[in-house]
Design a protein around this ligand. Sequence first.
Ligand code: 5AD
Ligand code: SF4
Ligand code: FES
Length: 375
Amino acid sequence: MNRTENILRRSKLTQEEIVYLLGLQGEEKTLLFEHSARIKEEAVGKRVYFRGLIEFSNICMKNCLYCGIRHDNAAINRYSLQEEEIFAAARFAFENNYGSLVLQSGEVETGNFTRQVEKVLRGINRITGGKLRITLSCGEQDKATYQRWHDCGAHRYLLRIESSNPALYEKLHPRDEFHRFRRRLDCLYSLQEIGYQVGTGVMIGLPFQTVEDLAGDLQFMQQFDIDMVGMGPYLEHAHTPLYAHRDQLLPREERFQLALKMIAVLRILMKDINIAATTAMQAIDKLGREKAIKVGANVIMPNITPGKYRDDYLLYQNKPCTDENAEDCKTCIEARIALADNEIAYGEWGDSAHFTKKGQGTRDKGRSGRSWQTA
Ligand code: 5AD
Ligand code: SF4
Ligand code: FES
């Protein structure tokens, strides 16, 4: 038995072993992908859950150095959907049996924003009789705000750590009080303590990032006992400061392959979590999301943002689906999932099996014990 086969027999891996897996090429890489595909099938089946994605506002107070909708980028139109537009999108998801919604926005920490989100959550629950699971992705907030949104019926939250290495995190963000690694981590803990299903993620192939960093990211997710993950390749955007470092990047195809390996290894490490096939995967490879599903992802987020706003939510350039509408994306994704030999779990919430198994009792006691050290 060679080293790859030997490592693949285990689910507890050292950082060095993860680094080894992330470096696989050729036939050995195929072994990894076949193995993670088998694990996915055993643990969560060949079923893919839909989350209708509503990018409801691109207004952001922050200035992450990689992001196209950062506050200081004056070259985009800022928008916030009207409540009625959000409700119409939610109705589309409901009528089309999507099971879940993701409400995503830039980061705004104000009382007004908190109340607006509350109203939207209540409205969606009223319209759909509480039958849609709602995920929020609205960045860092204080714990009381997270609690209020949870009380209004949001049960999942996505907050990417972006990088679990504090030194790398600092290089990707302005060094000011609004962009602190420690705060981001505390937010993740708050969400977990409140009882959300918590999702996180990282970008792959960033300037200054090493394979050791990426292996550390996977270990972070495991130690944090995360329920859901969305990660994809970093994609440079000309109107951002990080663009100056584009000459240091891996070629796009290599970034994509690294992202696929990250998904495969994560599936091996955390068999029953939900892993998204992200849009960024498709921005590099036309079949990117299908490939992600094959090697371990089990969630896909069809965009249901009204078409006219999609051009303004460009976190990165060449984002797919900006000329499409909700119906186009539905048809397109149905075909893609069939191509990946998986089936769509229509009408199901698709809660993270990992979260469900953990049970409420342990969560109330603060199951993580804040094991992740930043020092
Ligand atoms: N390339 C890839 N992903 C990006 N994101 C932001 N900017 C980029 C980029 N240039 C991701 C971040 C953020 C999520 C909403 O989008 O990980 O958390
Ligand atoms: Fe704002 Fe999020 Fe973009 Fe950072 S990554 S600038 S918080 S939208
Ligand atoms: Fe939007 Fe394919 S998913 S057009």
